[in-house]
Design a protein around this ligand. Structure first.
Ligand code: DC
Length: 267
């Protein structure tokens, strides 16, 4: 059976990463975190003191950077020019930087090309902001994951606290709103829900519930696609039959009836 491309988009704190990772696990697919690529580039820019408001330099930096997403036993590893930066790119400073490098159209072009290369064979669950709209506009299943600002800020807060960082809930809500604003209002590939994306609001759902729902939708799609694939064949066959019938037209039916009546008459 064909291997699906599943696109999960949504704002910060919607649980995309955890949910996408779990969906990939449930489906036996590869999990790809597109945001990690913007984060890795931001990390490199910060290391090299490349100003985050200098698009030509950021684009040149992106062109001179190799970012690999590798599925390891303990999760996805992010390699930047061969160096493992998996944990280094998860700081608030890098989060802020990533959302700034992500507004640069030239940077996005390079990242999108890499993401398309990584997922083109299917069997992937890719999450980000523009996966269903730009990276894979023909993805088999598109999900737009969302939750209220309050819930998303709380989730982010817990995540940071888990890493020993402290920030107030009010500050976090402010950060979430600011990142939403930047992600949704940028000119290049703003965060928007693709018209054919399924909206899933998981404010009142945990990761496992959300992931199982998405896996169910994916399996349904896979079933549909199976039928469509077979359907394509059978509809093709139907078309051929229909064409034959059309060619023979009503006369064919008459011809079929004639021998019967002739037989009866002979009796
Ligand atoms: O999902 P995340 O927080 O790791 O993403 C980091 C930043 O990268 C975030 O500000 C949005 C941006 N991003 C994007 O613009 N397009 C994507 N496909 C993924 C992330």
């Amino acid at each position: 059976m064909r291997r699906l491309i599943i696109a999960i988009d949504g704002p910060v704190g919607s649980g995309k990463s955890t949910v996408a990772r779990r969906v990939a696990e449930l489906l036996g697919s590869t999990y790809l975190d597109s945001g990690a690529m913007y984060r890795a580039l931001a990390w490199k820019a910060l290391q090299r003191s490349v100003p985050l408001d200098d698009p030509p330099r950021l684009e040149a930096l992106a062109a001179d950077t190799r970012i690999d997403l590798e599925a390891g036993r303990d999760g996805l590893h992010v390699r930047l020019d061969g160096r493992d930066v998996t944990s280094a790119i998860r700081t608030p400073e890098v989060s802020e930087g990533a959302s700034r490098v992500a507004v640069v159209p030239g940077v996005r072009r390079l990242m999108v090309a890499e993401q398309q290369r990584a997922g083109r064979r299917g069997g992937v669950v890719m999450e980000g902001r523009d996966i269903g709209t730009v990276v894979f506009p023909r993805a088999d299943l598109k999900i737009y994951l969302d939750a209220s600002v309050e819930v998303r800020a709380e989730r982010r807060l817990r995540e940071l606290q888990g890493r020993g960082e402290s920030i107030s809930l009010e500050q976090m809500q402010e950060d979430v709103r600011e990142r939403d604003r930047r992600d949704k209002s940028r000119e290049a590939s703003p965060l928007i829900r693709a018209p054919d994306a399924v909206l899933v609001d998981n404010s009142a759902m945990d990761v496992e519930e959300t992931a199982r729902l998405l896996a169910l939708l994916a399996r349904q799609k896979k079933g549909d696609r199976g039928q469509v694939a077979g359907g394509r064949k059978s509809s093709h066959r139907k078309t051929v039959l229909q064409r034959k019938q059309l060619r023979r037209g009503p006369t064919a039916k008459r011809k079929n009836r004639k021998p019967k009546s002739r037989g009866r008459r002979r009796k």
